[in-house]
Design a protein around this ligand. Structure first.
Ligand code: F6P
Ligand code: MG
Length: 459
């Protein structure tokens, strides 16, 4: 007897699991994404490179122009492969992660012997990740523009368009940050919940779902919270708070080491600002003593944070023409200098694997996460990777969908932008589906979903 309703599939270990979401299912969100949204993103990438032709010429002369032409030609070929459902090709750029990608392709081929590995027939998670890796390849093969970030303009614009919201958030935070040591726990918990929810809703601002169209934060992030509360479908923030408080007690009583919280980041722009403010709060409240940020090692899913975006955001915040905002930025820079904040970008974050593969495929990263006291996974794509992007029944537990992934207590902070959702009360998913057919993809709903792989360690 299987635990899951519907048609089952077997994964490479022989486990019975629900099938991966795929563009195979005509009319599904995966299908519409592969058919419409991904080609739109590729067309924008091509336009951006073309628009920057003069810049490449100024910087690199004729070589820059040649690189621009050849990159566009590779990207047009990629778009054509996608639109005509051609087989997924092995990578040829010889970059460090190329072998891992090619092994993954081989694994897909072995698993589905009866069927070609192609854009519309293979798992959506795989082909969507692969598109960003092929953009990387097209650029990499064309020096001197190999490291050009085609998504940089959009990320920068989204940061500037959210400036007012950033000022409001920094001003709010600075208003109690000065006095943090006198704040009683009940009030501290209130502030924590507010900043957690701001970081949660910050995830609305990604540029992939809107295929690159402006999605920045315009309203006051604090005032909007009460109205948004209704749309949080799973709210495990109490468990999150008790994890932090228990760790703090252990630290204070000398039983435990200091507390480290890891952020697996998602998008640059306003979302990153909200994550940095939450991280700042965790430090200044004494709930954590160290923060590690994990970002992407190349431009990914349009708006995801790279190391350049991370440092640029801190510098911009420092340089802002607003007191609270620049004070906040200066403190962030100081945290980086002191090493209490650090940025890391393991290649696994830009692989197509679901996270239950991490222990076998990136044991060093898994071991790093095991030494964290709490890991916060931001955003939709991380949720898809946590749950394997499978057609789970909505009532299946988060623990089950994680399929053994649990390096440390972890929490997903995610607005729903893809049709996978687990851990709902019976009937909730069906009710939502009948009232709002696009509830899983419209970005209006969210979850704060927690999992502790080792609850006994908390006591
Ligand atoms: O293209 C679809 C998608 O993967 C969705 O899951 C999501 O809308 C977006 O891209 C990425 O969202 P996020 O930035 O929240 O991970
Ligand atoms: Mg993203």
């Amino acid at each position: 007897m299987t635990k899951f309703p519907g048609i089952m599939a077997t994964d490479q270990t022989g486990d019975v699991v629900p099938p991966s979401l795929s563009a195979k299912s005509v009319g599904s969100f995966a299908y519409l994404t592969v058919r419409d949204r991904l080609p739109t993103i590729l067309t924008k990438v091509i336009d951006t490179i073309h628009r920057n032709k003069n810049k490449f010429f100024e910087e690199y002369g004729e070589e820059g122009i040649q690189a621009e032409k050849q990159t566009i030609s590779l990207l047009s070929k990629l778009r054509n492969e996608l639109q005509t459902d051609k087989p997924i090709l092995a990578l040829t750029d010889g970059l460090d992660d190329a072998d891992a990608w090619n092994r993954y392709l081989q694994r897909q081929t072995d698993q589905h012997e009866d069927q070609e590995v192609s854009w519309f027939k293979s798992p959506w998670l795989y082909v969507e990740c692969y598109m960003y890796r092929r953009i990387r390849e097209a650029l990499w093969l064309n020096p001197p523009i190999s490291d050009y970030d085609v998504f940089n303009e959009g990320k920068t614009q989204s940061y500037f368009e959210s400036q007012q919201a950033t000022i409001t958030l920094c001003t709010y935070f600075e208003s109690f940050n000065k006095n943090m040591e006198n704040i009683p726990d009940n009030l501290l918990c209130e502030y924590f919940n507010k900043l957690l929810q701001v970081s949660l809703w910050g995830n609305k601002c990604d540029l992939s779902i809107s295929a690159g169209v402006d999605n920045s934060q315009k309203a006051s992030p604090i005032e909007s919270l009460a109205a948004f509360k209704l749309f949080i479908l799973v709210d495990d923030s109490d468990s999150l708070w008790s994890t932090l408080v228990t760790t703090r007690q252990q630290t204070q009583s000398g039983k435990g080491r200091s507390c480290r919280v890891d952020f697996v980041l998602d998008n640059a722009g306003f979302e990153l600002v909200t994550d940095l403010v939450l991280a700042d709060f965790l430090l200044s409240s004494g709930l954590a003593q160290e923060i590690r940020f994990h970002g992407k090692s190349f431009p990914w899913f349009v708006s995801d944070v790279t190391v350049e975006d991370f440092h640029w955001t801190i510098r911009q915040t420092m340089a802002a023409n607003h007191r609270s905002m620049s004070q906040t930025g200066v403190r962030w820079q100081q945290y980086m200098k002191e090493g209490v904040w650090s940025y890391h970008d393991h290649p696994f974050w830009t692989h197509p694997h679901e996270f239950c593969d991490m222990e076998a495929n990136a044991p060093d990263l898994y071991a790093t996460l095991q030494t964290a006291d709490l890991v916060l996974f931001k955003g939709d794509l991380n949720y898809r990777k946590l749950t394997g992007d499978r057609d789970w029944d909505h009532t299946v537990g988060f623990d089950t969908a994680l399929r053994g992934f649990g390096p440390a207590p972890l929490c997903s902070l995610r607005t729903l932008k893809a049709n996978v959702q687990v851990g709902l009360q019976p009937g909730r998913g069906n009710k939502l589906s009948s009232q709002e057919p696009d509830w899983m993809t419209c970005g209006k709903y969210a979850v704060i979903q927690f999992h502790n792989p080792n609850p006994d360690k908390q006591d």
